[in-house]
Design a protein around this ligand. Structure first.
Ligand code: FE2
Length: 389
């Protein structure tokens, strides 16, 4: 009998149906019909409207005689009032299905539109965990970035614009019906977006792996995600048209998404949500800056798990002394971030020391802290922000 102990605490795993591979996006009309779509709200944004992908999806829907209305009013870090504008378009046109074509912002906004269109009220009423009573309309996601994994996850992140923070809505009701995950659409992503979204995926995998709610099955996905991202993100930034590289990073994002959707996240994300809402900064860049500092803070509470992550990345082996291993891992993550050209700090992004208490007071209320391996207090978050400034 093997002596290794397995975890027997209760754990669940939720995943939508997903199709991964070149041309997955072209199946959109089939799924629309399968899900009973009569009139579709097609949510995207101005950036995607400049690529070939929006026209292509529109043409597919037209060719199959599926009615649709396009909603493009989505900002990076999607705002609560944009969700409400989308709800108006959805209800006015009597839509009964949503397609989201875009990155995390578009998919989160589409989820917000879906939540309010069936549950009523305003989107801020659904902040927190398990606050949604009625299912959303059917939602098909076609991600155009490799990182956010909103196409798979139980999360929707919406910017409460006047309050200047990003709220987390976490519920099984936000899991899309189908994700069409097509690496081909990544070829129009620029190098900065590729790097930022890749670092977001890496942060998902790291946080899910050390999460208090991790399980044997989320661990499998998280470790594989880390390997795929660490070994392919640099080259993917350098060779944007290489479909093998794009596919590997997208698979890494998919695995990280399945891991974090079920194991949840930690302080990297609670702090990034607060930062992104207050200063309207790219989510992946915030994560890339904060991740090494949170690893440093958490290390002693999840030593074995961090040592497994280090081994998976090839940054040190199990015989490395604990104090050296911690430093090596933190430095490895900083070097990796630099290698994909994310060289900014919080200071260079306009964070001044006097706003740190405000950032920490918003971050400490974020539900992502609940699964961080070392429970933080507000002062801890202030210290981490200071280190990253
Ligand atoms: Fe994220």
């Amino acid at each position: 009998m093997a002596s290794e102990i397995i975890q027997l605490e209760l754990r669940k795993f939720v995943s939508p149906e997903y199709i991964f591979g070149i041309d997955a996006r072209l199946m959109v009309a089939n799924y629309c019909k399968q899900l009973g779509g009569r009139t579709v709200l097609l949510v995207s944004d101005a950036g995607i409207a400049k690529t070939p992908w929006l026209k292509e999806i529109e043409n597919i829907l037209k060719s199959q005689a599926i009615n649709f209305h396009v909603f493009l009013n989505v900002s990076p870090n999607p705002r609560d009032f944009e969700v409400m504008e989308g709800v108006e378009v959805y209800l006015k046109n009597q839509c009964n299905l949503i397609i989201a074509l875009g990155g995390g912002s578009v998919m989160d906004c589409a989820k917000g539109i879906g939540i309010v269109s069936t549950n009523g009220g305003t989107i801020d009423m659904y902040e927190g965990v398990d606050k949604i009573n009625k299912p959303m309309p059917p939602l098909i996601c076609i991600p155009t970035t490799a990182g956010t994994a909103a196409d798979l996850s139980q999360f929707a992140i919406i910017n409460r614009y006047n309050e200047r923070y990003k709220m987390a809505i976490i519920s099984k009701a936000t899991v899309p019906d189908v994700a069409l995950i097509d690496p081909f659409v990544l070829t129009t992503m620029d190098s900065f977006l590729t790097a930022c979204t890749g670092m977001d995926a890496l942060s998902h995998a790291f946080e899910a792996y050390v999460s208090n709610a991790s399980s044997a099955f989320t661990d499998l996905y998280a470790i594989e995600a880390v390997k795929l991202i660490i070994h392919n993100l640099n080259a993917s930034v350098e060779y944007p048209n290489n479909l093998q590289l794009r596919g590997k990073v997208m698979l890494g994002s998919l695995y990280a998404g399945l891991a974090f959707s079920n194991a949840s996240l930690g302080c990297v994300h609670s702090m990034a949500h607060s930062l992104g809402g207050y200063l309207d900064l790219p989510h992946g860049e915030c994560n890339a800056i904060i991740l090494p500092h949170v690893v440093d803070f958490n290390y002693s509470s999840a030593t074995e798990k961090y040592s497994n992550l280090s081994a998976a990345m090839g940054c040190c082996n199990k015989s490395t002394k604990k104090t050296d291993a911690r430093k090596q891992l933190v430095n490895f993550l900083i070097d990796f971030r630099n290698s994909v050209n994310i060289k900014s700090t919080l200071g260079s992004n306009g964070v001044k020391p006097d706003i740190i208490p405000t950032l920490a007071s918003k971050a400490i209320n974020d539900p992502c802290n609940a699964t961080n391996p070392r429970p933080p207090c507000k002062l801890d978050l202030e210290c981490i922000y200071k280190e990253a400034i």
